[in-house]
Design a protein around this ligand. Structure first.
Ligand code: SF4
Length: 219
């Protein structure tokens, strides 16, 4: 599995309730395309199951988490597909989901949380650990031109303390004052669950139009 590109489903069923300044989806070609359909998700997963995959990630508009109960039928059908095809998935989200039965569902194996400030994520991580969510947890912080050395250091201390994974991400098309490269050089070996993720396309994406792409930004 390790040499294969990870597969990723990007959903867009309704406008994302978050307005992250770093969102690269707001000017994306698929911003006004709503999907993918359950049928195209299933088709995509059948294809990759036959290629030996058993995991994928799901991200995109957070409406499916923020309005979780309104999307119950969608989630039920989605989990039916996962059960039938024996897939597990990770979520990549800005939402702080509090539905315990959802968080403990057997198909979810990893929770990836984007964060702008440590203070906006710490209590949620403690809560996830308190309820014994028993999933891998990773936090993702975009490095920007205002991110300080202390910020990076504090995130690393927090990740160590709570024993979670941590990713610092370089933002596509953004001038960060060379901070990402500087901090990567300074901190990259400070924690074994720490990753500095350079800007790039690492996945195969099923986009809202139900088609596959090997790049997130579509020209
Ligand atoms: S949560 Fe994701 S899709 Fe929503 S605004 Fe933030 S970056 Fe964009």
């Amino acid at each position: 599995m390790s040499e294969k590109k990870p597969i990723s489903i990007i959903t867009n069923y309704k406008e994302c309730p978050h307005k992250c300044w770093f969102c690269i989806f707001k000017n994306h070609k698929m911003n006004n395309v709503y999907g993918p359909t359950e049928e195209s998700i299933k088709k995509f997963l059948i294809k990759y199951k036959n290629l030996g995959y058993n995991k994928f990630s799901i991200s995109g508009s957070d409406v499916i988490f923020e309005q979780y109960t309104g999307y119950q039928l969608w989630w039920d059908n989605f989990h039916k597909i996962c059960r039938e095809l024996e897939f597990k998935y990770s979520i990549h989200t800005k939402s702080r989901i509090r539905f315990i039965s959802y968080l403990k569902n057997d198909f979810l194996y990893k929770i990836v949380l984007s964060t702008e400030k440590l203070s906006d994520i710490a209590s949620y991580i403690y809560w996830l650990q308190e309820i014994k969510v028993d999933k891998e947890i990773r936090i993702v912080k975009v490095i920007d031109d205002k991110t300080t050395k202390e910020d990076v250091s504090n995130y690393i201390q927090f990740a160590k303390l709570t024993d979670i994974q941590l990713t610092f991400k370089q933002l596509h098309g953004y001038n960060d004052n060379n901070n990402f490269k500087t901090y990567k050089h300074m901190f990259k070996n400070k924690y074994d669950k720490l990753v500095f993720l350079d800007d790039g396309d690492y996945n195969i994406y099923l986009m809202p139009d139900g088609k596959e792409y090997d790049k997130f930004i579509i020209e």
